[in-house]
Design a protein around this ligand. Structure first.
Ligand code: NOJ
Length: 739
């Protein structure tokens, strides 16, 4: 049970400068109540919180961001509790504190680790100015189901993209040193498998084979450990029959034994109590025991550890050495954060939240996160000189709250700059702007506003529609079985498209929506996710060509919800489909014989391709790819080199995300048809070209085999370089055994 927890005797001779020395010495002075206090996290505002802190019954507080109250709690902890142990103050800074950045899925669409790192660093410094020293972010659950409301908080479907961006967020939050007053501890969550919740329904069980778990879902978590993340959060979900908060395999074998994680694990909100609701433990006492033994060090929100561990110790059902190890894990992070030297927060030592620099960065990230999905006849960018009038339609055009997205406890819509405001400021007096919300909310089923909207569009040169989903339709516990545009939005688009005017659809949403019913009725689609405080100016810059769109999809867009899960890195199957081998339901003859339809993996009504693939995104210019070169042979232990020339063959300077994909043709466990292995953002002036180079060590081609060993197997590989997961330019290489 104590596997890979440093036992008390093992630590006896630990050198004074070891990170375990101070936790060890402190634990040695603690009563059992004080130890359990360190393992308890309590919500801010709980009635007897002050007394509890003073008595050492609380080690961490969450959801308290009033700096005076945080300082008072720290004072009680440091000056009035017996051992003076400061508090961890946790908060969900999911995409910003006061300055709200695009939702994480939107940030992932930037494919820009430095932008994502900057956003996290700003969230950290703003949060730290209110006394927050720990955030429950990044969420690095791989998800391939847009019905799941928490896809908004995720970094998408791909383990490589998610690993790189998750690590960037961790670097942003934790900075160069945790001791820096502007750094806060990060938390890799939700460990593990939560993103594969059955049917895309939140909190439902996940069933993932160990091979798939290791090759896909765990990869970003391993990358988080490598990036030095301080804490992990156990997931709510049941993974293969064992809820994560009681999962010894996840938290002892993988996290501690295999990966050597030395921080601490927090439960999710009451997820220890829920072990009994899952039917995994018979009562709260068993739940507390199971979670502690599995490796959950701190209990969020519940009080099972505090109430029941004393009994378990008394009955010798738990060894106090286990509790000591858990407490040391927590204290170590507190020491690393420098809280014993600096428990209080002086906001005047921090930059003002929402300052001009933070807003400018939020605007930059929001612009990079927008994905141009369609642009017929180059309707975008709009030229304000050529337009006399613009119709701005839709309930999301001027709604500072809805553009912020889910998880914005500290965001204030009064600071939002809306799309309508930004359009007014871009066009000034040069064009008339006719604004009609047309619907009360994105879900409205009324159509009273439609006539006015049609009239406005008829009288204007172009219509810009701001449609999609309100914030409340995504996020925790907000899943949808249908992911079409909600309410009467499709009918609105129908009516507006009948005017014959060019229509630009800007979608604000927390997930990929199924756009099939509307895609042919509009000239252009800009997918803006929930873009945050500065969404308006960022989108206006793109619409009017101040910037060229450069976002790429971090997740495949299905044609219909029935295609879910649809993702690019599928297995080939024994019967892979091709465009030639499939047919459509409408083409089938009556009395068609059983085997006449092409015996391959596809849907009769929806084929096998998504509406828009992973990695896809247009620009206002065109990029041409040519001259791929790939090292032909490499031995295991060497590096494979890939390069291609990318040229901007259009007339505008723009950024492109160059993507490298690899396929391992034969494996002892079948390998996906393509895997993202690298990407680079390059900026090219018109006509400019650049040789873009990638290098992969053969270890980066490794996967878990049938014995769950991480191996690179010799053999043949294909490689592609291009602008999406459907690139044309390819080469091949061979990996041979080391001589
Ligand atoms: C529950 C959520 O699942 C988790 O992501 C979040 O960090 C905690 N609540 C705390 O708010």
């Amino acid at each position: 049970m104590l596997r890979n927890q440093r036992l008390n005797d093992e630590l006896e001779n630990e050198a004074a400068d070891s990170p375990w020395a101070r936790p060890r010495d402190l634990v040695a002075q603690m009563t059992i109540e004080e130890k359990l206090g360190q393992l308890s996290q309590v919500n801010g505002g709980t009635p007897d919180l002050h007394d509890a802190v003073r008595e050492g019954r609380v080690g961490s507080v969450l959801n308290e961001v009033n700096v005076d109250e945080v300082n008072e709690l720290q004072r009680l902890a440091v000056e009035e509790s017996r051992l003076g142990i400061p508090l961890l103050v946790g908060r969900d800074l999911i995409h910003g504190f006061k300055t709200i950045f695009p939702i994480p899925l939107g940030q992932a669409a930037s494919w820009d680790p430095s932008a994502v790192q900057c956003a996290a660093a700003i969230a950290a410094v703003e949060g730290a100015s209110s006394g927050v020293n720990w955030t429950f972010s990044p969420m690095i659950d791989i998800t391939r189901d847009p019905r799941w409301g928490r896809i908004a908080e995720s970094l998408g479907e791909d383990p490589h993209l998610c690993s790189v961006l998750g690590a960037a967020m961790i670097r942003g939050f934790q900075g160069a040193s945790l001791e820096d007053p502007e750094s806060i501890a990060a938390c890799a969550k939700h460990f593990a498998g939560y993103g594969a919740s059955e049917g895309g329904m939140d909190y439902s069980a996940a069933d993932i084979s160990e091979n798939e778990l290791r090759n896909v879902h765990l990869r970003p978590f391993k990358a988080a450990v490598d990036a030095g993340v301080s804490t992990f959060m156990a997931s709510f979900s049941d993974l293969n029959g064992v809820p994560a908060s009681g999962n010894v395999f996840l938290m002892r074998q993988i996290l501690r034994d295999e990966w050597g994680f030395e921080g601490f694990v927090v439960s999710d909100w009451e997820s220890i109590r829920e072990l009994t609701v899952h039917g995994f433990t018979a009562n709260e006492r068993e739940a507390a025991k199971a979670a502690a033994e599995a490796g959950v060090d701190m209990e969020m929100a519940g009080d099972l550890y505090r109430r029941l561990i004393p009994e378990l110790l008394e009955a010798e059902e738990i060894d106090e050495q286990l509790i000591d190890a858990m407490v040391r894990n927590v204290l170590r992070v507190k020491f690393e954060l420098g809280l014993f030297e600096r428990a209080y927060t002086d906001p005047s030592k921090y930059p003002e939240p929402l300052n001009a620099e933070h807003l400018e960065l939020a605007r930059d990230v929001a612009a990079k996160s927008c994905v141009l999905l369609k642009n017929d006849d180059q309707v975008l960018p709009l030229s304000k000189q050529d337009l006399q009038s613009i119709a701005v339609i839709g309930p999301l055009a001027d709604d500072g709250y809805e553009q912020l997205g889910t998880w914005v406890f500290d965001g204030d819509s009064r600071h939002s700059q809306t799309c309508l405001q930004a359009i007014h400021s871009v066009v000034g007096d040069e064009a008339q702007v006719r604004w009609v919300p047309a619907m009360r909310t994105s879900r409205s089923r009324q159509d009273e506003g439609f006539a006015l909207a049609v009239e406005a569009v008829q009288q204007s040169d172009v219509a810009i529609l701001f449609l999609g989903e309100e914030s409340i339709l995504s996020g925790e516990a907000h899943c949808r079985a249908s992911i079409d545009l909600p309410g009467n939005q499709e009918q609105l688009i129908d009516e507006l498209s009948n005017t014959g005017k060019p229509i630009v659809l800007v979608v604000l949403a927390g997930r990929p929506l199924t756009l099939r019913n509307v895609i042919d009725k509009v000239s252009a689609v800009l997918y803006a996710w929930h873009p945050g405080t500065m969404g308006g100016p960022a989108i206006a810059d793109l619409l009017f060509g101040v910037e060229s769109p450069s976002g790429k999809l971090p997740v495949s867009f299905p044609r219909s919800v029935g295609q879910v899960p649809i993702y690019y890195s599928k297995k080939n199957t024994g019967r892979p489909p091709s465009h030639e081998s499939i047919c459509h339901i409408d083409e089938i003859d009556g009395k068609a014989p059983q085997t006449s339809l092409g015996m391959s993996a596809f849907y009769l009504d929806d084929g096998f391709t998504p509406l828009f693939p992973f990695g896809y995104g247009l620009s206002y210019t065109r990029f041409e790819y040519r001259d791929i070169e790939v090292s032909s042979h490499v031995a295991i232990g060497e590096r494979v080199r890939f390069s291609a020339t990318v040229q901007n063959v259009g007339e505008r300077a723009a950024e492109e995300v160059v993507q490298l994909y690899v396929r391992d043709l034969v494996g002892s466990v079948t390998r996906p048809v393509k895997e993202l292995k690298g990407f680079q953002r390059v900026r090219l002036e018109p006509c400019e070209s650049q040789r873009v180079c990638f290098e992969l060590h053969t270890d980066e081609l490794a996967f878990y085999n049938q014995k769950m060993q991480l191996v690179t197997e010799p053999g043949h590989f294909h490689a592609w370089i291009g602008s999406s997961s459907e690139p044309e330019l390819w080469g091949e290489f061979e990996v041979v055994a080391a001589s």
